[in-house]
Design a protein around this ligand. Structure first.
Ligand code: GLU
Length: 447
């Protein structure tokens, strides 16, 4: 049995996108599953469009995701090998130097062309089955601009041959290149790898997936506070499933369960809410310490300082924050909107806000808060947790009208229309601050 060798072969003409991650992941999973080898190959034959910064972005993104490679190649380092093969094929009569009409004055008037045998090429694709192309229409296609400048289709075939690639897993936009590549393979006497062309990932409206659908570069997801586990799990299921409804899959499980045969024929449809769902799940599996770090990193400076100075409070709000975000980056937006300020400093608000719905009598509201204050004051500091606070107030609130009791209490504590429930708030703030804020609210109502 030959060892399985797969490769991910991005062109560094753009950042690492989520669609390419799927190609990389499937290739990686298949190699790992078969104790094979996973190669990363940077395909930078297009000198004008290839950029070092994109190469760095791709490698950075793959490392972050944990899609580690066993071998690394860069096509621009391999010019000598392409040249050798061109010379070999010229000797065989399979390619030739072709004199061209220069398009512009002074332009090179030679290219290297492949002598097309003009036949029908049929290959098996693991997703689509047999695919046939009549290659006659390609004519004698160009494989290199000159001996030192191979074109993409040629470099790919030489590389896959030299590197012993057994399985090519790539996007189905490469299908039309496959017959040309097979003709070159045959001329070189290279074995034919097994092809799996993955159907495109489509936007929900079946259009081309783009940024406006929330499809970002991997490094942007990292910035936004998505976790690698979530991205990999989400991406794995776009176009493949383990044959049952299991959705939460660790990398180990994916390595075990992945199969090329189960890759779906239909285009996978992008669903940002699903990615958020996965991310929420994996965020909650993080330790409190790590979740705290991720959140702090996204706080504006002033809030971060306050959170550090009040670490006890900050520790208590981590789970509250996690309940309301689907990526750590959301905490930045909430923080910037002032949603967390009241945890660290007394809120300011106008007295009307304290009044529940159509309550217009401030003295009634203040009486209710007086009663809440008395009930809270009875609770031992050591038992100042949401359940106890709720138990202390609940019967009274039920009797006097829950909204009219709990709304002003909550507002007194947060000064915001939306916030966690008043029992959670009180327990986070602690007895002393809770009492102070309720007293301040009563004062405001009595002005
Ligand atoms: N460099 C090609 C691309 O980025 C790779 C195609 C292939 O995997 O053969 O589309």
């Amino acid at each position: 049995m030959t060892k399985v060798i797969t490769r991910f072969a991005p062109s560094p003409t753009g950042v690492l996108h989520i669609g390419s991650v799927r190609t990389a992941l499937y290739s990686w999973l298949y190699a790992r599953q078969n104790n094979g080898k996973f190669i990363l190959r940077i395909e930078d034959t297009d000198k004008e469009r290839s950029k070092k910064e994109f190469e760095e972005n791709i490698i950075d993104g793959l490392n972050w995701l944990g899609l580690n490679h066993d071998e690394f190649f860069r096509q621009s380092d391999r010019a000598v090998f392409y040249k050798e093969r061109i010379i070999e094929l010229i000797a065989k009569g399979a390619v030739y130097v072709s004199k061209e009409e220069p398009k512009e004055l002074g332009e090179r008037a030679e290219v290297i062309r492949f002598k097309n045998p003009n036949k029908v090429v049929t290959f098996r694709d693991e997703v689509r089955g047999d695919i046939s192309f009549d290659t006659t229409e390609f004519g004698d296609f160009v494989i290199a601009k000159d001996f030192d400048t191979p074109l993409y289709n040629f470099a790919v075939v030489v590389d896959d041959f030299d590197m012993g690639v057994t399985h090519i897993i790539r996007g189905d936009d490469a299908i039309s290149n496959t017959p040309r590549q097979i003709l070159i393979q045959e001329a070189l006497g290279a074995p034919r790898p097994i092809y799996t062309h993955l159907p495109m990932i489509l936007a929900p409206d079946k259009s081309k997936l783009s940024k406006r659908h929330g499809a970002l570069a991997v490094t942007e997801y990292r910035e936004e506070g998505y976790l690698p586990e979530a991205i990999l799990n989400f991406v794995a299921l776009m176009g493949w499933n383990p044959g049952n409804d299991q959705e939460l899959l660790s990398m180990d499980e994916m390595v075990k369960l992945f199969s090329l045969e189960k890759v779906q024929k239909g285009g996978a449809v992008w669903n940002i809410d699903k990615l958020k769902w996965f991310n929420k799940h994996y965020m909650k599996l993080l330790s409190q310490e790590n979740a705290g770090k991720e959140i702090l990193a996204r706080f504006p400076d002033a809030l971060r300082e306050k959170a550090k100075a009040n670490s006890k409070i900050f520790e208590k709000i981590i789970s509250v924050i996690l309940d309301h975000i689907s990526a750590f980056g959301d905490a930045r937006a909430f923080a910037e909107a002032g949603e967390y300020d009241y945890f660290f400093e007394d809120p300011t608000y106008n007295r009307e806000s304290l009044l529940w719905k159509d309550e217009s009598d401030a003295s009634v509201a203040s009486q209710k808060l007086q009663k809440v204050l008395a009930l809270i004051d009875n609770i031992d500091e050591a038992f100042f947790v949401p359940e106890t606070i709720k138990t202390a107030i609940w019967d009274y609130a039920t009797e006097a009208g829950r909204g009219s009791v709990l709304w002003p209490m909550r507002y007194a504590l947060s000064g915001r229309d939306k916030s966690p429930d008043p029992f959670t708030l009180a327990s986070i703030l602690g007895k002393e601050v809770t009492i102070r804020r309720i007293k301040d609210a009563i004062k405001l109502l009595l002005i």
